[in-house]
Ligand binder design. Structure first.
Ligand SMILES: *Cc1c(COP(=O)(O)O)cnc(C)c1O
Length: 382
């Protein structure tokens, strides 16, 4: 193994065919360098067709997409918004941007995503006090969909709109439907470590044209229709540039291949650790289709013989990046005053969980080396 070159957890991977550069060249040739342009329009259209949602809006980040989703739904100062606790901070941060307060909900063991059980407990309690939350942000974590049937039933019963944070789950499915189809509005990210990247970028998607029109207006400085610059609302500068959209179009072409490859990497790890006790894998329930964006495992230190941190440090010795699973939001200092509904499922995921290198360009030799190094820490090594 070449120690001088760091092996990253999930680095960008441009297409072997060079599609991204072709589209960038088109953008240069047409001189559409400045924001927006034909690449953005085409990227939105192709992305919408892929996930099966008609209205889409390309943005500068997934965080911007979440912020606009909350604005479009009219969430404002003093409101409460439910959010998965087991997520990356951006899901919850966006809630605070509009002056609202997150209430965190635990994961379930079956999906590692928003627990329908605790969501129901929360909504029942809040309904009694006549203090229902204004929206729910359900996060499709680590390449896997939430269990949407019971969640959507609760949204319907209590008449609360669902925002789907599908930033980590582009291409994942639930009962044959792609993530992004479940929220009244959904957010995606093309940040550098996601399954496809534009170096930085995001997308909003909705079946509701009004939501996307309103988000488009807000994302381009909220300019009223007039020959001069006239504003009656506060706007934002959140659009994706035409050059970055060109990268996105090229990446979208190889997305199906990338998903198959990430699933293959996951299975290779599973097979490699088949006879090693103390390791369990992120579950993929029946009727779910995960992209395995990151290969995630739980390490039981008593059975395995080492902690997830021992594993991380061991790999780090070889300049290989791995990472603990997300630290739940209800344990974050910045959200310490927020309410939490749940037990300790997300806490346990954080305590025991590790993400192993999952980049599609990783070689078989590199993956075998990682497996070998991890097994060397096991007290039951073969
Ligand atoms: C990456 C990510 C985001 C934010 O996306 P950016 O494009 O980095 O702003 C939001 N939510 C989740 C769950 C993410 O993983």
């Amino acid at each position: 193994m070449n120690k001088s070159k760091r092996l990253y957890l999930s680095p960008p991977q441009m297409s072997e065919e060079g599609y991204e550069l072709q589209y960038i060249q088109e953008a240069f040739a047409s001189n559409w360098i400045a924001p927006l342009g034909p690449q953005v329009d085409a990227f939105e259209k192709e992305f919408g067709e892929y996930i099966g949602v008609p209205y889409t809006l390309a943005l500068s980040s997934g965080t911007a997409a979440l912020h606009l989703a909350l604005l479009v739904l009219g969430v404002e100062t003093g409101d409460e918004v439910v959010c998965s606790s087991f997520t990356f901070a951006a899901s919850a941060n966006a809630i605070t941007y509009v002056g609202a307060k997150p209430i965190f909900v635990d994961s379930d063991e079956e999906t590692w995503n928003l627990s329908p059980y605790w969501l129901e407990v929360l909504l029942k309690e809040k309904a009694k006090k006549n203090q229902l939350p204004k929206a729910i942000v359900a996060v499709d974590i680590l390449g896997q969909s939430c269990h949407y049937n019971p969640i959507l039933k609760l949204c319907e019963e209590y008449q609360i709109p669902l925002i789907e944070d599908a930033a980590e789950a582009l291409g994942a499915e639930y009962y044959g439907k792609k993530c992004g189809q479940f929220g009244v509005i959904s957010a995606f990210s093309f940040n550098g470590n996601k399954i496809i990247t534009t170096s930085g970028g995001g997308m909003l998607a909705s079946n509701n044209k009004e939501y996307i029109d309103k988000a488009r207006f807000l994302s381009t400085q909220a300019r009223d229709p007039a020959p001069h610059y006239q504003h009656s609302t506060i706007g934002y500068n959140y659009r994706l540039s035409n050059i970055l959209a060109a990268i996105g179009r090229g990446q979208l072409k190889v997305l199906p291949k990338r998903i198959l490859r990430r699933r293959e990497i996951f299975r290779t790890y599973q097979k490699g650790f088949e006879n090693v006790p103390g390791i369990t894998w992120m579950p993929e329930p029946k009727e779910f289709y995960s992209t395995n964006w990151l290969t995630c495992a739980l390490i039981d230190p008593k059975v395995f013989g080492a902690t997830r941190e021992d594993i991380r440090l061991k790999l780090e010795e070889h300049n290989i990046e791995s990472r603990p699973l997300w630290k739940p939001m209800h344990l974050q200092p910045v959200f310490q005053n927020c309410e939490y509904y749940g037990e300790n499922v997300s806490e346990k995921l954080f305590e025991l969980g590790i993400c192993l290198p999952s980049g599609g360009a990783m070689t078989k030799e590199q993956q075998d080396f990682i497996i070998q190094e991890v097994i060397s820490l096991s007290k039951n090594k073969l």
